[in-house]
Design a protein around this ligand. Structure first.
Ligand SMILES: [Zn+2]
Length: 304
């Protein structure tokens, strides 16, 4: 009896410790900083479909050999580096004032120390500008890193909750149920919607998802004007303020809506939000290609 009680107590202690460990892991898993791997892969793989010859050459030149010429294969690299490059963590997102549902560069683009420009939009401008030195003889930047950061952050800024409210860290502190799992809302938009779409509609293959979105883009994405996605006002090479403003609008209209803490999110939410996620991946891919094509067209000899 005594032994049995001891065994039960030990088992209870072990169960308790396991529970604590699981809870700690759940807490440590946030906040997350990016589209998941699938989202970044999709953005870059879509972009590759629209590279000009000049961009293909420059990207191949800048990628390390082990990438095998695939930008998509290294598109999540800045997430892997976020602990080594601690300075880079504020470059993955933008915090905007709660419930305002708008974005303003001067007001919102800074890090936690209030250093101006240290947000996703500032980073896109900075790395775009660094890459324009690709054709100059002397090199002061690491352009491989500039390319990988630009490709990654153009993806991130299109994830609506990467331009989210300050107080909930872009949905990171909003715990919800995703079907049978507990997740935070940010993670639902980074990963869960894409993973569920892959499982249900794309043979569990991100490449099949990419092909499907690619087809839609070629056919004029559900009546959207693709040239409008590509273009920037006043001939800017990139226009991240536009991408950021779209994201916080979509965050309010689709991500935060009907997703308060404790909500059970299932088919109703998934099936209405999946088209938004796919469109943001499409826009990210088209725009990443457009930015790189504008940057690298500068080295071409124009004969007309
Ligand atoms: Zn990121």
């Amino acid at each position: 009896m005594g032994k049995e009680t001891h065994r039960v107590t030990t088992m209870t202690t072990i169960s308790y410790l396991l529970l604590v460990a699981v809870l700690l892991l759940v807490d440590l898993s946030s906040p997350s900083l990016a589209w998941g791997e699938e989202g970044h892969y999709a953005t870059c793989a879509l972009a590759e479909k629209f590279f000009s010859n000049a961009t293909m050459g420059a990207v191949k030149d800048l990628l390390p050999d082990y990438a095998g010429g695939s930008l998509a294969s290294l598109c999540s690299w800045p997430d892997e580096m976020r602990f080594k490059y601690r300075w880079s963590s504020s470059l993955h997102f933008i915090d905007t004032p709660d419930f305002k549902c708008n974005y303003n560069y001067d007001r919102d683009c800074h890090d936690s120390q209030d250093v101006k420009g240290r947000c996703a939009a500032g980073a896109i401008n900075n790395y775009t500008s660094q890459l324009t030195s690709f054709f100059s003889a002397s090199q002061q930047y690491n352009l491989t890193e500039a390319l990988l950061f630009l490709a990654h952050i153009v993806g991130d800024i299109h994830q609506p909750l990467h331009v989210g409210f300050s107080s909930d860290l872009g949905g990171n502190t909003i715990k919800v149920h995703w079907y049978k799992h507990i997740a935070n809302l940010h993670h639902v938009w980074d990963s869960s919607i894409i993973v569920t779409a892959n499982e249900r509609f794309y043979n569990s293959s991100t490449n099949t998802l990419v092909e499907s979105i690619g087809q839609n883009i070629m056919q004029g994405y559900r009546n959207h004007e693709i040239d409008e996605w590509r273009s920037c006002p006043s001939d800017d090479l990139a226009c991240p303020d536009i991408y950021a403003a779209e994201s916080i609008k979509a965050a309010c209209k689709w991500a935060y809506k009907n997703a308060t803490p404790g909500t059970f999110l299932a088919d109703d939410y998934f099936l209405t939000r999946m088209p938004i996620v796919e469109m943001r991946l499409a826009q990210g891919g088209v725009r990443l290609a457009a930015i790189l094509n504008r940057i690298f067209s500068q080295g071409q000899v124009h004969t007309s």
